[in-house]
Design a protein around this ligand. Structure first.
Ligand code: ADP
Ligand code: MG
Length: 310
């Protein structure tokens, strides 16, 4: 996934001696993550997703139950967000130089229009029995970068629960899941970063209970050209990187996969539509807007989740 992961399992009183050593557990986690990569990574030429992307045929392409589950979840969020979230943006991501090849140049409008014709989640179909997906356009290709990390966090959560661990924190590329308590036998605390490109400081601390948290932002993965800021999040409707006051969105959810994808959807929707969408979808969100040199906050998380002071 082109990123790193961290897992913390504190030793606290009601943790019985685990039946598995740290080394064995690490091996199981690595095996799981490698198998997810083997299906969902566009960086591996022989992954399931890469083989589907290379395919020119419109025939059904068999996939695993889990892979189909991720695709269907992505499609549901595409529909609900009216296409703000769209896993078929891959050719646009590449056109803007955020894919496997980094370009750093601004494409012409004509080129954008041409590429837009090859995208659209409506051109991707799913089938349950047997699990399969198919393209309605030969050029269609998919990119799970905005949902796969969240899915992997959920998968590791299940693995740790199966091993009877009750207290842990999992983080993959910034998407987090906490369970039980930390080593001080208190609720886990995590911080939302201030959306600044240079400094890494805390905007808001959260104290969390058995939940996943994902943040999407325009301040880490971007480039600048002629004084303009180009973010790696693409508006699938315009074919261009997003450009608005919303600097970061954090979503709290039972599922890290849903939190991950919805954070990207909200990032695309922006300030006004994002707030309405969060309400409609009953999403717990913490949004940070840029206003001149200041940041403005809008959130609907319960006050007891917010840590006050430093
Ligand atoms: P963030 O943490 O900012 O959400 P992610 O890595 O989760 O970043 O997702 C961003 C990646 O998702 C991009 O690099 C691109 O590959 C892909 N992407 C960009 N725009 C969209 C979109 N509108 N819908 C789905 N995926 C997108
Ligand atoms: Mg995301």
């Amino acid at each position: 996934m082109g990123t790193q992961y961290h897992i913390r399992i504190p030793r606290i009183a009601d943790h019985k001696t685990p039946s598995i050593s740290a080394k064995q557990l690490q091996h199981e986690v690595d095996t799981l993550l490698v198998s997810i990569n083997q299906e969902m990574s566009t960086y591996l030429v022989d992954s399931t997703i890469s083989r589907f992307n290379q395919l020119q045929s419109l025939d059904w392409f068999p996939v695993s139950q889990n892979f189909l589950h991720v695709i269907i979840s992505a499609q549901v969020i595409s529909k609900s967000s009216q296409g703000a979230f769209d896993i078929t943006v891959m050719p646009l991501v590449n056109l803007w130089g955020f894919g496997t090849t980094k370009l750093g140049r601004i494409p012409e409008q004509e080129k954008i229009n041409l590429v837009l014709e090859t995208t659209g989640y409506q051109s991707l179909q799913t089938q349950l029995h047997p699990p399969a997906i198919r393209k309605l356009k030969p050029e269609l290709s998919i990119d799970l970068s905005a949902i796969a990390k969240g899915y992997a966090v959920d998968a590791v959560t299940l693995l740790l629960k199966k091993q009877k661990f009750k207290h842990f924190l999992i983080e993959i590329g910034g998407e987090v899941r906490v369970q039980g308590k930390n080593k001080h036998n208190k609720q886990w605390r995590i911080a939302i970063e201030k959306p600044e490109t240079v400094n890494r400081t805390v905007q808001q601390g959260l104290t969390l209970n058995n939940i996943a948290v994902a943040t999407s932002g325009d301040y880490r993965n971007y480039y600048e050209k002629d004084g303009q800021h180009y973010s790696h999040t693409i508006n699938p409707n315009t074919g261009k990187p997003i450009h608005h006051k919303l600097a970061s969105v954090t979503v709290l959810n039972e599922s890290a996969m849903i939190a991950d994808a919805q954070a990207t959807a909200l990032m695309v929707l922006g300030e006004k539509k994002g707030k309405i969408y969060a309400q409609q979808q009953k999403l717990k969100v913490y949004m940070i807007f840029r206003e001149g040199n200041h940041f403005l906050i809008w959130h609907n998380v319960n006050n007891e989740v917010l840590l006050l002071g430093k």
